[in-house]
Design a binder for this molecule. Structure first.
Ligand code: HEC
Length: 112
């Protein structure tokens, strides 16, 4: 261990730096595509638990007819529908309302 002492410290410092970067970058406002990929895709990518799939026009048509403002509100506050349960902010409470709205816009753009 003594022989590798310096190297280990360098590694630890590098790893800590990487961790700090990893946890600080997501605190900047993320765009819709990024939020979708990191948070929403888990369910909306495959339709887990009845989530309307990204890109599935039929699955989104009825929802879009409720109005974008309603969808944004339901995504931010959470929503229990006939198919399942949409957790508030997709379960990531650290997201800002604007980030959630951006992700809603990103998913709706794909089914326009
Ligand atoms: C744990 C799984 C899960 C995650 C993660 C998730 N959703 Fe959902 N979402 C659902 C389910 C299930 C529904 C459908 C609920 C129903 O209609 O019964 C839904 C529905 C919705 C709806 C339609 C609401 C309505 O009024 O019809 C929107 C918009 C939405 N999600 C946006 C998002 C956004 C944006 C994210 C990421 C920030 C996200 N979801 C992450 C499961 C999830």
């Amino acid at each position: 261990m003594k022989k590798y002492g310096k190297t280990s410290w360098k590694l630890i410092i590098a790893a800590t730096g990487a961790l700090v970067l990893f946890y600080t970058i997501p605190s900047f406002a993320k765009d819709g595509a990024t939020v979708y990929k990191t948070v929403c895709r888990v369910c909306h990518g495959t339709g887990v638990m009845g989530a309307p799939k990204h890109g599935d026009k039929a699955g989104w048509a009825d929802r879009i007819s409720k109005g974008i403002a309603t969808l944004e509100k339901n995504a931010i506050e959470g929503f229990k529908g006939k198919k399942g349960m949409m957790p508030a902010k997709g379960g990531r409470s650290s997201l800002s309302n604007d980030e959630v709205k951006a992700a809603v816009a990103y998913m709706i753009d794909a089914v326009k």
